[in-house]
Design a protein around this ligand. Structure first.
Ligand code: PLP
Length: 418
């Protein structure tokens, strides 16, 4: 029976969410709109299958088709990122990171990762996350003045800490990451290097950001942010463990850590959707898309600067813009709400060395992946940045009413085909 007839409540809630997505604009840097093809694969009967293990090494019968699907996803992932090995089973970006830690570390081993206030993710050693509870995380930040990664400083910290693993990659850093410099530091202290490219994966495959290979040992990612696939995780790695001569099969260590290490049966429907997204990401139109994502972020940044709103690090190299709104309001939470009221969906975010609490920090994070999927070019981004600035600087009822109308017009013009 169709959902519409069987469960009217969930059906109508999904209809409401479709309407919300159509009528508002997502500027959440970690969100995107997937293609209908990705949705179709993810909503398929593959969800019925149990397939613990890996292609040709399953515990249950009936996995011939699933083997072909997962093998194809792996092949496409490897080609897309230029990786020697890929594991497409992690249920999310967090699971991907957890699996890598399990594969490379023992409990209490030392890890060096970026500070959460400077753009790190919870899975980079937050005290409330399993990473922070099981491993000894040390942190590096960005330079207080420039708000950029300072590699000399990171090297100093690494030499002092002597970590077994260095994690680079962030969730709110608007600038490019120099993986080569991280490699030099990792080599100096004999550490593994892992890049978490959850945010920038789509830019990496399109050549809009430097590829973490060959510099990194392991690369983790989500598949649903700039990469525009289904909600899920991904691990890419070298075949050989440079630091463990006795047990040098790095690919096997990673696979074993994912299953049976931290997960049971894979989500085969999601893996099929990942494969579809990888195919899409290889096409020239995706390259064009990723280029536009960056152009759009730059166009918006210029307007914010003209409007006198401070940008963390003074600009952007990627899809992220981090606004320091402390000059305009005591509450970024209120700004987030004001923007939501007019149909602009964002998230409040800490800024480096934020003096306020993470619950109501000084920043608003914006990202261009989703609006670029809808077809926004620089012209619309300029208009949008002006409208956002108006709401931030003068959140009066009249302003909000006016901006709400304009946003609805934009949202209707740049349609979602769901
Ligand atoms: C989003 C993100 C993750 C986690 O992804 P989930 O799928 O939400 O678990 C991990 N690391 C970074 C840097 C991220 O931005």
């Amino acid at each position: 029976m169709k959902l519409k007839n069987q469960d009217k409540k969930i059906y109508s809630l999904i209809q409401k969410e479709i309407k919300r997505q159509k009528e508002t604009l997502s500027l959440i840097a970690s969100e995107n709109y997937v293609s209908e093809a990705v949705l179709e694969a993810q909503g398929s009967c593959l969800t019925n299958k149990y397939s613990e293990g890996y292609p040709k090494k399953r515990y249950y019968a009936g996995n011939e088709v699933i083997d072909n699907i997962e093998s194809l996803a792996i092949k496409r992932a490897k080609e897309l990122f230029g990786a020697e090995h890929a594991n497409v089973q992690p249920h999310s970006g967090s699971q991907a990171n957890e699996a890598v830690y399990l594969a490379l570390l023992n409990p209490k081993d030392k890890v060096l990762g970026i500070d959460l206030f400077c753009g790190g993710h919870l899975t980079h050693g937050s005290s409330v996350n399993i990473s922070g509870k099981f491993y000894k995380f040390y942190t590096y930040g960005v330079d207080k003045k420039t708000e950029l990664l300072n590699y000399k400083e990171i090297e100093k910290i690494a030499l002092k800490v002597k970590p077994k693993l260095i994690v680079c990659g962030t969730t709110a850093y608007p600038r490019a990451i120099d993986f080569k410099k991280f490699r030099v530091i990792a080599d100096k202290v004999g550490a593994y290097l892992m890049a978490d490219i959850a945010h920038i994966a789509g830019l990496v495959v399109a050549g809009e950001h430097e590829n973490p290979f060959p510099h990194c040992d392991v690369v983790t990612s989500t598949t649903h942010k700039t990469l525009r696939g289904p909600r899920g995780g991904l691990i890419l790695c070298k075949k050989t463990d440079r630091l463990d001569k006795k047990n040098p099969d790095l690919a096997k260590k990673i696979d074993t850590a994912v299953f049976p290490g931290i997960q049971g049966g894979p989500l085969d429907h999601v893996i099929a959707a990942k494969a579809v997204a990888f195919l899409e990401a290889k096409k020239p139109v995706f390259k064009k898309y990723a280029k536009q994502v960056v152009k759009n972020a730059k166009a918006m940044s210029e307007i914010f600067q003209k409007e006198g709103i401070r940008l963390v690090s003074g600009g952007t190299d990627n899809h992220i813009i981090l606004l320091d709104v402390s000059e305009f309001s005591d509450s970024s939470k209120k700004i987030q709400n004001d923007l939501e009221e007019v149909g602009i969906i964002t998230n409040r975010n800490t800024i480096p060395y934020d003096k306020r609490s993470p619950f109501d920090p000084s920043g608003i994070r914006l990202g261009t992946p989703a609006i670029t999927t809808r077809g926004f070019k620089e012209k619309e981004c300029v208009l949008l940045a002006k409208l956002i600035s108006e709401v931030i600087k003068n959140p009066s009822k009249a302003t909000k009413q006016k901006v709400k109308k304009e946003i609805k017009k934009l949202a209707c013009k740049f349609k979602l085909n769901y």
